[in-house]
Write a protein that binds this ligand. Structure first.
Ligand code: FES
Length: 107
């Protein structure tokens, strides 16, 4: 299934868009869509410490993707946790397809 994440031109550098996916199997109910230094990336919005969303739409990338529950920090390019209680674990990446300006997650 393809899920439209949004347009690349609408996604500012250093910002994270949370795309809700209510038909997903819990805890996979939303997707983090971001412009990482290596390009567009999508991850399930599920921390590797506990199965809760990192949240929310105001996240910035200066210090990585930060879980607001206990402060785990993940690298935008790889999803690897580089600080916090799940050090060394990875956010689950979602394959994407880019068509023109539109980016889709393949779930
Ligand atoms: S739930 Fe994310 S760091 Fe604990």
């Amino acid at each position: 299934m393809r899920v439209l994440l949004g347009g690349l031109s609408e996604l500012a550098e250093g910002r994270v868009k949370v795309v809700f996916f209510p038909q997903g199997t819990p805890p996979k109910r939303s997707i983090l869509f971001l412009k990482a230094p290596v390009g567009p990336k999508a991850y399930w919005n599920v921390c590797r410490h506990l199965p809760v969303p990192l949240d929310g739409g105001l996240m910035r990338l200066e210090e990585g993707l930060v879980c607001l529950t206990h402060g785990a920090k993940y690298q935008p390019n790889s999803g690897r946790c580089f600080e916090g209680p799940c050090l060394g674990e990875y956010l689950e990446a979602i394959p994407i397809e880019v068509e023109g300006d539109q980016v889709y997650a393949i779930v």
